[in-house]
Design a protein around this ligand. Structure first.
Ligand code: AMP
Ligand code: FE
Ligand code: FE
Ligand code: ZN
Length: 281
């Protein structure tokens, strides 16, 4: 039994509908899938239904854009209640920030004589949580760039003409928000954020796990984070971070997390639920 706990759909910057994510997961032989779209749970009900129909396990998730000490961090939330009002309110707030950022990026493109309309980006994104990949696709579609990568290189990367910094929640806020929604908070792809020195502090703030297995982690990075997880008593997660076809070939199935790690996640959620019930007695 294997799991992929890091997947994106077209409800953020992936290209597949949730049903296709599930179909490809089944094809890859996975028995458990988590949907972790950026700053949204919009795709979770459809993903849950598709997993139920395919008789595989689904874990509700989201990937929250956060920061700590001026460093961007992605905090994965697992087993979060999709109807938790506080979490939904906060996500809605950050979705509006993302939408305004698209307008700002388009305005900056217009300033350097690239004619693009924000509505073209919104129509293409067709979700509440748009990001730079959607602007990149719109630039390619309008013929201003040959490829998605070229759009990032010329316009969207940090310090390029259309780069706009993104307001983020603090990592501590993200952890608290996930916990109050009944979920577990996990640091995504630590090797990509150079955040090793923050792991201990975030653990003290309630971080539950580390994404040790990730497409962009080398074998030595994976070993390093498995050691961190053991040292700091953090749970171990992993996933492909598949974005569909937006970054070349679909990655689903390339990272397979052993089911024993999923068991440990479920155990911790159950223990925390019990502690909450007892605490309220
Ligand atoms: P955003 O959250 O709007 O800043 O967009 C982040 C997304 O853009 C992530 O899914 C990244 O994988 C993608 N991305 C970031 N930098 C690049 C790059 N240089 N080339 C292609 N994609 C990128
Ligand atoms: Fe993404
Ligand atoms: Fe990420
Ligand atoms: Zn991701």
């Amino acid at each position: 039994m294997f799991a992929d706990l890091h997947l994106h759909s077209y409800f953020s910057d992936g290209t597949f509908p949730p049903e296709e994510v599930v179909a490809r997961g089944v094809q890859a032989g996975l028995g458990t899938l988590a949907l972790t779209d950026h700053d949204t749970m919009e795709g979770c009900p459809r993903m849950a239904a598709a997993c139920a129909a395919a008789q595989i396990e689904f874990i509700t998730g989201a990937e929250l854009t956060a920061e700590h000490d001026d460093l961007e961090l992605h905090i994965l939330g697992y087993f979060i209640d999709p109807e938790n009002q506080k979490l939904l309110r906060e996500l809605a707030r950050f979705q509006i920030v993302r939408q305004n950022r698209i307008r700002e990026m388009v305005a900056r493109l217009n300033e350097v004589n690239v004619p693009l309309h924000a509505d073209a980006v919104f129509a293409l994104a067709n979700c509440r949580s748009p990001g730079r990949p959607h602007v990149a696709r719109a630039l390619v579609q309008a013929g201003h760039c040959a490829t998605h990568d070229q759009a990032f290189e010329r316009f969207l990367k940090k310090d390029r003409p259309a780069w706009v910094p993104k307001a983020k929640m603090s990592a501590l806020e993200a952890i608290e928000l996930i916990h109050q929604a009944g979920g577990l908070a996990v640091m995504a792809h630590p090797a990509l954020n150079r955040a090793d020195h923050l792991i201990s502090a975030l653990r003290s703030a309630g971080l539950d796990g580390l994404e040790c297995f990730h497409t962009k982690h080398s074998n030595s990075a994976t070993r390093r984070y498995l050691e961190f997880a053991e040292r700091f008593h953090l749970l171990v997660t992993g996933g492909s971070d598949c974005h569909g076809k937006s970054k070349g070939r679909p990655l689903i199935g390339t990272v397979k997390l052993a089911y024993e790690h999923v068991e440990k996640l479920k155990q911790k959620v159950a223990e925390r639920k019990l502690a909450t019930i007892n605490g309220h007695k």
